[in-house]
Design a binder for this molecule. Structure first.
Ligand code: HEC
Ligand code: HEC
Length: 258
């Protein structure tokens, strides 16, 4: 008898468990339904790739003023000579302030250009009298300064090209290694031109790139440029191998151009 009583006796623990279960089961169900609905709504009409999402965010915040959503991790975009000039150099060179040689004023530039491009580059990077180093913007890269100079000097009759230093010709061994790296990592796009990659056989497409100098091509290949993945998408590729692949590409392009 006493056994039977014990079996059917409801302990406080049972009551607690039953109560909790009764509360939680529907609670959990409601929670899951809510999550499901939210998930479906989030998925609807929202671009699913990160860059598009970023763009959508920028567009959304646009009406409230200038977009200031600058991603500090975004790859740095090298500015053109014209952009550098407008943003940094024009402040003085546009008007001739502080005795700066004035834009498009051939008389102001003739003697300076006659010194040669290398000297202009050195002066602009290091500064000269009232001309501040890098035009006062320490964030400008050497290549951007070079492009700014060329933009101004050429507008006054020079025909310089923005290069940073004399390019060292790659050795035969580098080119051979570069050919292998290229075949494995780069040919898939640069042989076919897929996704807008410049085809190796297309000398015209490469002409403006070659003018930027190899340093800038190395940088674009290592860090990635618009549409071009960093290291051709192979993050295991070393910087050195990426460089020789670029060396090989440039050599091929030059051979085609001949
Ligand atoms: C704050 C004013 C100022 C700004 C900004 C400025 N410059 Fe200058 N720049 C000068 C002045 C002044 C000179 C003349 C210096 C002299 O010969 O004593 C000069 C001269 C030069 C020269 C000629 C150097 C030579 O050897 O004769 C170059 C090249 C040059 N600037 C490039 C640039 C570039 C590129 C930028 C923008 C990235 C820039 N400057 C921005 C004031 C400025
Ligand atoms: C998935 C396709 C793809 C692969 C793989 C690829 N690239 Fe590219 N690459 C591109 C595209 C697209 C561009 C054009 C980007 C642009 O317009 O700036 C480009 C541009 C370049 C440029 C010119 C950069 C500039 O200054 O604009 C260089 C140099 C380059 N790639 C090197 C390489 C090297 C080296 C490899 C292999 C290690 C490689 N690429 C693999 C797609 C690719």
């Amino acid at each position: 008898m006493s056994d039977h009583i014990v079996m059917t006796k409801t302990t406080p623990k049972d009551v607690l468990l039953a109560t909790l279960g009764g509360l939680f089961a529907p609670g959990l169900t409601i929670f899951l339904i809510v999550m499901l609905v939210l998930g479906v709504r989030a998925g609807m009409g929202t671009p699913d790739t990160a860059p598009m999402l970023d763009k959508a965010v920028r567009e959304r915040i646009q009406p409230y003023g200038v977009s200031v959503a600058v991603d500090p991790n975004a790859p740095r975009v090298e500015r053109s000579g014209e952009a550098v000039y407008t943003e940094v150099c024009a402040g003085c060179h546009g008007s001739g302030a502080l005795g700066a040689p004035k834009f498009q004023e051939k008389g102001d530039w003739a003697k300076r250009n006659a010194q040669g491009y290398a000297m202009l580059l050195e002066h602009a990077i290091k500064g000269l009298n009232k001309m501040p180093a890098r035009g006062g913007d320490p964030d400008l890269s050497d290549m951007e300064v070079a492009r700014g100079i060329v933009h101004m000097a050429n507008a006054a009759g020079a025909s310089f090209e923005p290069v940073l230093k004399k390019e060292i010709e790659p050795s035969a061994a580098d080119l051979a290694r570069g050919k292998v790296v290229y075949a494995d990592n780069c040919a898939s796009c640069h042989d076919t031109g897929v996704t807008g990659a410049q085809k190796l056989s297309d000398a015209a497409a490469w002409a403006p790139l070659l003018k930027q100098g190899k340093e800038s091509l190395y940088e674009a290949a290592i860090k990635g440029s618009f549409g071009g993945p960093a290291k051709g998408g192979n993050e295991k590729l070393s910087d050195a191998d990426t460089r020789v692949a670029v060396d090989y590409m440039v050599a091929e392009v030059k051979a085609v151009a001949k």
